[in-house]
Design a protein around this ligand. Structure first.
Ligand code: COA
Length: 168
């Protein structure tokens, strides 16, 4: 099942459907421990420390999305609203044992939908140029290359900046 589809078609009979259907919802304060462990697992030394996640929650909790399946949080996308109808996707991560099932794609789609509903005109994200998996997701979702900074996060940490323009 595509992770973004929500449920199987009505012609299918699958008693596991309701339990395994991914739920996309706003993050809660009680999610931060799990978000923190996914961040550590996926970003290592580049993950947000817990104290930063806590502060980001105070700033951007209302636009922070998570995906959960059978009550287990599997991934998150942190959307930060910015001036001039802009938004940044500050983090996107899916637990390693749950990758390749469409959750990352669906989180980005949900984030863009949320931004559209909030009248955001431009959504931005930084991505390591060699991160092909993430790059594919963003390109398919409508992001285009906007800039490159060889030292975006300091020496040896180049990033591309991608932008997705949302229509009015
Ligand atoms: C990047 C990341 C978020 C992707 O999450 P994901 O849940 O694996 O993403 P998806 O499943 O939607 O897509 C990944 C691949 O699985 C494929 N896929 C999508 N739905 C699928 C499904 N239902 N079944 C099997 N494969 C599927 C996609 O085609 C994609 O393949 P491609 O990159 O070769 O085109 C995840 O790998 C991650 O957390 N990486 C580490 C952190 C990171 O790099 N974050 C981005 C920073 S900019």
């Amino acid at each position: 099942m595509r992770a973004g589809s929500g449920a199987l078609g009505s012609t299918h009979l699958n008693i596991a459907t309701a339990a395994t259907t991914p739920v996309y919802r706003r993050a809660r304060l009680t999610d931060l421990d799990r978000v923190s462990s996914i961040e550590n697992e996926r970003f290592g030394a580049h993950s947000y420390p817990y104290f930063a996640l806590r502060q980001l929650f105070d700033l951007h909790g209302a636009s922070w999305l998570v995906v959960e399946v059978e009550g287990r949080l599997l991934g998150h996308v942190l959307v930060a609203l910015a001036p001039q109808r802009r938004a940044w996707l500050l983090s996107l991560a899916v637990a390693a044992d749950s990758c390749g099932r469409g959750y990352g794609t669906a989180l980005v789609e949900q984030a863009l939908r949320l931004c559209g509903s909030l009248d955001v005109g431009s959504v931005l994200i930084t991505v390591r140029p060699t991160n092909q998996s993430a790059m594919n997701i963003y390109k398919r979702a409508g992001f285009e290359w906007a800039a490159h900074d060889e030292r975006y996060f300091g020496e040896g940490e180049p990033r591309d900046v991608l932008e997705c323009r949302l229509g009015r």
